[in-house]
Design a binder for this molecule. Structure first.
Ligand SMILES: C[S@@+](CC[C@H](N)C(=O)[O-])C[C@H]1O[C@@H](n2cnc3c(N)ncnc32)[C@H](O)[C@@H]1O
Length: 236
């Protein structure tokens, strides 16, 4: 029972980015209206989403996997403050484009890119479900932890499928609904309470199912924490 409680707690912390050490941010997250975009989180996002817990939960390892694999013309959607940026092997990347619909988040990503001396990285404010790119443009397309936030993740996945090259790859690290039935039921039941506490992240979306619905082909899949943390590689 205690283990289950601790697991659920780590799950909520994982998807919400809440820090046990920061009760004020917990309260703030509860009170903040999600009608606003991620600009409101841009200043504090890294403090609460790149802490020790991300190491313990294995998120760093997954970011490293994607960073090592991405190559060629690379697109990252929902780039946020650029937490994935330090993990790329830039020698393998011809061009990097990061998009997000929040100016505040993008500005943080630009700063991070400059600190990494990656001044050729390109950042654009853009809606992920209406990408302004030609078909078959990118060798690698990346999304980390943003799928649960998009209003229409299916539409976004269809956009990723459209812009990736026929031999290109789509890399995902996402919060997803559990593969364990009781936990899944709990997630579905608590979703209306948890989403406002988690910066709009719906913890019960089924990312592998959505990817299948778009007709993407799964090359690799790893489920962690009873499937609530999902890593997937796809081609079209
Ligand atoms: C939970 S954050 C994840 C950020 C980053 N990928 C990471 O791993 O930390 C979700 C991001 O998705 C962005 N976002 C939400 N809806 C979007 C949309 N429709 N189009 C583009 N970006 C969007 C938010 O502004 C935010 O930066």
């Amino acid at each position: 029972m205690m283990l289950l409680f601790l697991f659920l707690l780590s799950l909520v912390i994982n998807i919400s980015g809440l820090s046990l050490l920061k009760p004020v941010s917990i309260l703030a997250s509860l009170l903040i209206s999600l009608e606003l975009d991620y600009d409101q989180f841009s200043g504090s996002y890294d403090n609460i989403n790149s802490n020790m817990l991300t190491k313990v939960l294995g998120i760093e390892n997954l970011r490293t996997l994607i960073g090592n694999a991405a190559e060629g013309n690379t697109l990252e959607i929902g780039v946020g403050t650029g937490l994935q940026l330090p993990y790329y092997q830039y020698k393998n990347i011809i061009s990097y484009t990061g998009i997000d619909n929040s100016v505040g988040m993008i500005n943080q990503a630009i700063e991070k890119s400059q600190l990494l001396h990656q001044n050729n990285n390109n950042f654009i404010v853009m809606n992920a479900d209406e990408l302004k790119f030609d078909d078959n443009k990118f060798d690698s397309v990346v999304d980390t932890f943003s799928m649960c936030v998009y209003d229409n993740p299916l539409k976004v996945l269809n956009e990723l499928k459209r812009v990736v090259k026929p031999n290109g790859k789509i890399y995902l690290i996402e919060n997803s609904v559990s593969t364990n039935s009781p936990l899944r039921l709990l997630q579905n039941t608590l979703e209306p309470i948890i989403t406002p506490m988690s910066k709009g992240c719906k913890w019960n979306i089924d990312v592998p199912q959505l990817a299948e619905n778009t007709g993407l082909h799964e090359l690799e899949r790893k489920d962690f924490q009873f499937g609530t943390l999902f890593f997937g590689v796809y081609i079209k």
